[in-house]
Design a protein around this ligand. Sequence first.
Ligand SMILES: NC(=O)C1=CN([C@@H]2O[C@H](COP(=O)(O)OP(=O)(O)OC[C@H]3O[C@@H](n4cnc5c(N)ncnc54)[C@H](O)[C@@H]3O)[C@@H](O)[C@H]2O)C=CC1
Ligand SMILES: O=C(O)C(=O)COP(=O)(O)O
Length: 411
Amino acid sequence: MARTSYPKHEIRILLLEGISQNAVEQFRAAGYSRIDQFDKSLPEDELRRQVADAHFIGIRSRTQLTAEVLGEARRLLAVGCFCIGTSQVDLDAAERLGIPVFNAPYSNTRSVAELVVAEAIMLMRGIPRKNAACHRGGWEKSAAGSHEARGKTIGIVGYGHIGTQVGLIAENLGMRVLFHDIEAKLALGNARPVDSLDSLLEQSDVVTLHVPETPATRLMIGEPQLSRMRRGSHLINASRGSVVDIEALAAALRSGHLGGTAVDVFPVEPKGNDDVFESPLAGIDNALLTPHIGGSTLEAQDNIGLEVAAKLVRYSDNGSTLSAVNFPEVTLPEHTGSRRLLHIHRNVPGMMSRVNGIFSQRNVNIDGQYLRTHPEVGYVVIDVDASEEQATELKEELAAIDGTLRTRILY
Ligand SMILES: NC(=O)C1=CN([C@@H]2O[C@H](COP(=O)(O)OP(=O)(O)OC[C@H]3O[C@@H](n4cnc5c(N)ncnc54)[C@H](O)[C@@H]3O)[C@@H](O)[C@H]2O)C=CC1
Ligand SMILES: O=C(O)C(=O)COP(=O)(O)O
């Protein structure tokens, strides 16, 4: 097993929110044994305590890694979001601290898309309300308000990985597919772009949201947008709870303007399965509520576990930041036969001449050098022909350069 700057058994990996055992097995197979697991997200004070001596942390969508929490994680080398969304991490703060953040951009895409299309069918048949009535002894056998999906229009807001999958499956059911995105996107199948959100809302029988959480998507569906939707149409939100004004949605359902809704994500979600869920939508029969399980299939979770753990192991063992979401991406070959020095620094003028000056002064031969920069942060990896002792001294000299954020040696 390759040695890194720390003995692997001292590297502490903290996994929160019930991350798949596949991840644990992947870490163990790579020689990492100090793994602490929790099945829920932690209260902030406990989170601060736990991150203080963690080298890697794995989270899902619930754990908020704010600048303050990251600031206390002095040993943290990298963050793994074992999910798609990364808005729960202050990505800029992490970058400024020299901490790359990785995620699994596609592993649960299909799971979300399948759920959403199933919900679209359920909503168009009025199933949430009929189901609720049956549970109370009711019997609403009627075709009133029930429709086939075939020939109806689905409007997709955010035509990215999930949105395009939803569009393809919906089209196979015979639905007409419209989409709205802020970027120009290749329309798949017969899907058609619509130039404004309002126009999409006015034309759709079902609207489904697949945008990330950003300042621009915050409350993008409020009372004005809901009132533009067709009377009796349906809204699906499996994106983020912040995207929809949930009180306005509850009012639109109660007034009968909307036919139904399926909501998987909420402005406030319980930290774990033992906590109480409260929502203005609770008790509304035509609201199909799910506990943020769009990506919670065994297939998706197993794949995510493998994918994100592999990215963290690769960064730990090899230094590669390929596919980091917030960080200069460096792809690295194996470094057998040389010592590898990693230097993460503030991207200020003169940094590389100071870095390279250390090697020329000591007359150390550089076998390979890999540099990538972002406006604020630079990441340089230097493979050197040096003894372990020399490499340790070089690392100390690199660490002393003003503007250095993190240094590491891989033996
Ligand atoms: N319910 C669940 O369990 C899950 C929820 N998600 C959520 O779904 C979101 C989308 O996932 P992906 O499709 O993989 O992301 P993606 O990045 O592939 O697609 C997002 C699309 O939204 C577009 N977009 C961004 N801002 C927009 C705006 N203001 N108006 C219109 N379009 C806008 C982007 O240009 C992009 O095409 C994630 O960010 C995450 O929040 C993801 C996985 C599981
Ligand atoms: O992948 C995402 O962004 C999700 O929302 C899924 O989050 P989860 O891993 O189920 O907490």
